[in-house]
Write a protein that binds this ligand. Structure first.
Ligand SMILES: O=C(O)CCc1cccc(C(=O)O)c1C(=O)O
Length: 331
């Protein structure tokens, strides 16, 4: 069976990676409907050996035979158009934060909570990039040792902000002034991703806290986060400190990580081997390393987790969700 697939935000960084990953995975697409804003309408897109024309997104865009719509066009577009698509019988997989915490919307990482997809009511949410790579690494350890507390510190690539963030870094490295970020990103770290909230955290940090609990289905988890933008083009790196309910042996953590789905263990410090953003770029795994006991608590562990924020952090995870819909015969 082949499916008619709409791509909302087809000309953005994540949108164009949707197309790349759909082709790589040979997803069975019959008709493609690339959609974007007025300024991109008419652009020709080559996909699976054919030419497709970008149409301007409108309220009538889903009045045709579309099976799945992959959205990555910002939260306001998702808020307005996902319900319109759903009403027309389209299954929406949304990359924005707009629907993630809605109780009727499953928030899915296929390696972590695939079964949740069966509860969808027409909209499925793709989690935040930093949350996805974290829960892939944490889930196997939570199942075995029961996590009680998580401390996230992230080092996030500028591609997470799209072309504007990349340009700020590239221009900044040439000594030109920034336009997008609140401060110079070149030769700098900016502890400010998305907007600040009443509690002094940023929205990015609270997404990690709230989305982790929903995906792991455990509101008892105690979590804090600090999200930092760093002068890296591609790949988010994260220092994750976890405290378990149960005692553990470090040798068992190594073997669990080495065999867990979606994880590549890179941990051989005697030979300077640990996960690096430049190695993760344009690949799909979540890379885990620097595993070591946190001696300051009863049963604690430190790790370093790296992944491509546009692929596993967004586009690949979304296409994997589409593959789950097919696998579970939900479409
Ligand atoms: O609303 C928007 O314009 C998009 C803001 C954004 C930019 C970069 C990553 C994310 C994300 O959470 O995945 C988000 C978000 O959906 O909140």
């Amino acid at each position: 069976k082949k499916y008619n697939v709409a791509i909302v935000g087809a000309t953005g960084k994540v949108g164009e990676t949707f197309l790349k990953v759909l082709e790589e995975k040979n997803f069975p697409v019959d008709k493609l409907y690339p959609m974007a804003s007025k300024k991109s309408a008419g652009i020709n897109i080559k996909f699976q050996g054919k030419d497709w024309t970008v149409e301007e997104l409108s309220e009538s865009s889903f009045d045709k035979d579309i099976d799945i719509a992959l959205f990555s066009a910002g939260g306001s577009i998702s808020l307005k158009y996902a319900p319109i698509a759903r009403e027309k019988g389209v299954i929406v997989i949304d990359n924005s934060s707009a629907w993630r915490m809605d109780k009727d919307v499953p928030l899915v990482v296929p390696e972590v909570n695939p079964e949740d997809i069966k509860k969808h009511n027409g909209i499925i949410a793709n989690p935040n990039c930093s949350t996805i790579q974290a829960v892939v690494a944490l889930k196997p350890l939570h199942d075995r040792f029961k996590i009680k507390r998580i401390v996230y510190s992230t080092y996030q690539a500028v591609s997470g902000s799209g072309v504007k963030g990349i340009r700020d870094l590239e221009e900044g490295l040439k000594g030109n002034k920034n336009e997008f970020y609140p401060h110079q990103i070149a030769f700098n770290c900016i502890p400010h991703i998305d907007v600040f909230l009443e509690n002094g955290y940023t929205k990015e940090e609270m997404k990690m806290v709230e989305e982790t609990k929903k995906i792991m289905n455990d509101d008892s988890l105690r979590i804090t986060a600090t999200a930092v933008r760093v002068p890296v083009i591609s790949g988010h790196s994260e220092s994750i400190n976890v405290e378990f309910e149960k005692p553990y042996e470090i040798s068992e953590v190594f073997s669990i990580m080495d065999s867990a789905e979606g994880i590549v263990l890179v941990d051989d410090v005697a030979n300077n081997k640990y996960p690096l953003a430049v190695d993760a770029a344009d690949t799909d795994p979540v890379y885990v390393g620097r595993l070591r006991r946190d001696e300051s608590v009863e049963s604690g562990l430190n790790m370093w987790v790296v992944a491509d924020n546009i692929r596993k952090g967004a586009a690949t995870n979304t296409v994997q969700i589409a593959e789950l819909l097919v696998k579970y015969d939900l479409i």
